[in-house]
Design a protein around this ligand. Structure first.
Ligand SMILES: Nc1ncnc2c1ncn2[C@@H]1O[C@H](COP(=O)(O)OP(=O)(O)O)[C@@H](O)[C@H]1O
Ligand SMILES: [Mg+2]
Length: 342
C-alpha cells in the first residue's frame, strides 16, 4: 500500500505548506527590506508543537534564497545545540566562516561581526531550549543578521531573558501559529496520503477520525496515519479500516514520546529521572535533587523553562497554579523508557 514511506516521516519537508498563507505572507513582508539590503532585526514565531512552525519557516528560507541569491540563511535546532558554544558554531558554519580549534568564543563573535557583510537570516528554532541568552544580544546587534526566533510561548521565553536582552527582542514583530482545525488536518493528511500511496486507500471519514484525536497537532496526526497505513499493509488490506486507526493510537503516541525523550538534554534527563523516581513534586523539591545530581546546575528559572518545554512536548504534566504548582511525568503508565534514556 505504501509506495513512498519517506513522506510519512516526522521531519519530512512537504512540497507544499497548506493553510499557512497568512503567516507566510506576514513573514515575507517582515523580511522584504532585506532584499533591498536594508536592516531587519528579527521576528518571533510562536505556537504549540506540531503546527508547522519549523517547516513553514524552512519553506520561507528556501524561497528567499531562491529569489535573492545574495541572502544567506540557516536554521538551527537549539534543542540539539542548546549550549552557547554549539549554537555559535552553527551560526558560523551557516555563513561558511572558518574556525580554528579551540578559538576563544569572544574571538568568534568578533570574527562573525567582521565577516558577515551581506544579509544573513539566522533561525533559532526551539530557542526556548537555549541554556542561556548570551548569544542573542550580539546577534541582534549585528547589522546584517536577521534573527527569526521560534518558541512555544513568547511569555515563557521573555520571562527568562535578561532584562537588557528582553528589551531589545520585545520589539520583534510576532506571528502566531495556532493549532490546526479538523478540516485543515484532514487536507494535510490527504496530501500526505496521496504522496505516500497509490489509489484511494483511506476515506474522508477515517481521516476525520485521525484529525479528531490529535488536538490540532499535525505531527501526531501524521504519526497515526503512518502507523495505520502500515497496520493495514501488514494484514494485507487495501484500505485503512477504523480498527487500523484505533489499534495504532497508542503506538503512534509512544513513538512521539520516545522521539521527544531521546532529544532531552543532559539536564532534562536528570529532571525526567527525578520525576519518574519521586512522582509528583514541586519545583522546590525537584530543584533540590537536581542541584545534587549535576556538576554545573543552571538557575531555577532555567530549570522551570526546561520543565515547561517538556510540558509542551507532552512528557510532563503541570498541576495547580503559581506557588502550589507541581510537576508529574505523563509517560510512566505507558512503558519503561529506560532504553531511550541510555
Ligand atoms: N501546513 C502544513 N502543510 C503540510 N504539512 C505540514 C503542515 N504543518 C505541519 N506539517 C507537517 O507536520 C509535521 C510537524 O510540523 P512542524 O513544522 O515540525 O511543526 P512545529 O515546528 O510547529 O512543531 C511535519 O511533518 C510537517 O511536515
Ligand atoms: Mg518545530
Amino acid at each position: 500500500m505504501i509506495t513512498n514511506s519517506e513522506v510519512l516521516q516526522a521531519d519530512f519537508q512537504p512540497a507544499e505548506i497548506l493553510h499557512r498563507h497568512d503567516q507566510i505572507n506576514y513573514l515575507s513582508e517582515v523580511l522584504e527590506p532585506i532584499t533591498d539590503n536594508q536592516r531587519v532585526d528579527g521576528a518571533f514565531i510562536h505556537g504549540p508543537t506540531g503546527v508547522g512552525k519549523t517547516h513553514t519557516t524552512q519553506f520561507l528560507l528556501e524561497r528567499l534564497e531562491a529569489s535573492s541569491p545574495e541572502i544567506e540563511t540557516t536554521l538551527i535546532d537549539c534543542w540539539a545545540n542548546y549550549q552557547y558554544g554549539a549554537t555559535l558554531k552553527r551560526v558560523l558554519e551557516g555563513y561558511d566562516i572558518f574556525r580554528r580549534r579551540g578559538e576563544p568564543k569572544d574571538d568568534l563573535i568578533a570574527k562573525l561581526k567582521a565577516e558577515v557583510d551581506h544579509p544573513y537570516v539566522v533561525v533559532l528554532d526551539e530557542v526556548d531550549q537555549l541554556e542561556d541568552d548570551r548569544l542573542l544580544k550580539p546577534l541582534h546587534e549585528m547589522p546584517h543578521i536577521t534573527l527569526l526566533l521560534i518558541a512555544n510561548e513568547r511569555e515563557d521565553l521573555y520571562s527568562r531573558l535578561d532584562s537588557r536582552v528582553h528589551s531589545r527582542l520585545a520589539g520583534y514583530p510576532a506571528v502566531e501559529f495556532k493549532k490546526y482545525t479538523q478540516d485543515e488536518l484532514v487536507s494535510i493528511l490527504r496530501k500526505r496520503t496521496e504522496a505516500a500511496t497509490r489509489g484511494e486507500v483511506i476515506s474522508e471519514p477515517h481521516l476525520e477520525v485521525i484529525a479528531d484525536r490529535v488536538g490540532g497537532d499535525a505531527r501526531f496526526a501524521i504519526a497515526i496515519l503512518k502507523n495505520a497505513l502500515e497496520h493495514a499493509d501488514r494484514r494485507g488490506g487495501e484500505r485503512v479500516r477504523k480498527e487500523d486507526i484505533e489499534s495504532v493510537l497508542g503506538d503512534a503516541r509512544e513513538e512521539l514520546l520516545r522521539a521527544t525523550i531521546s532529544k532531552l538534554t543532559a539536564d532534562q534527563r536528570v529532571l525526567y529521572q527525578i520525576l519518574v523516581e519521586g512522582g509528583e513534586q514541586s519545583i522546590g523539591e525537584i530543584y533540590e535533587q537536581y542541584e545534587q545530581r549535576v556538576r554545573d546546575p543552571v538557575v531555577k528559572r532555567t530549570v522551570t523553562g526546561y520543565l515547561q518545554k517538556m510540558e509542551h512536548y507532552d512528557i510532563v504534566e503541570l498541576h495547580g497554579q503559581k506557588r502550589g504548582r507541581t510537576y508529574e511525568v505523563t509517560t510512566t503508565q505507558l512503558m519503561d523508557f529506560e532504553d531511550v534514556l541510555e
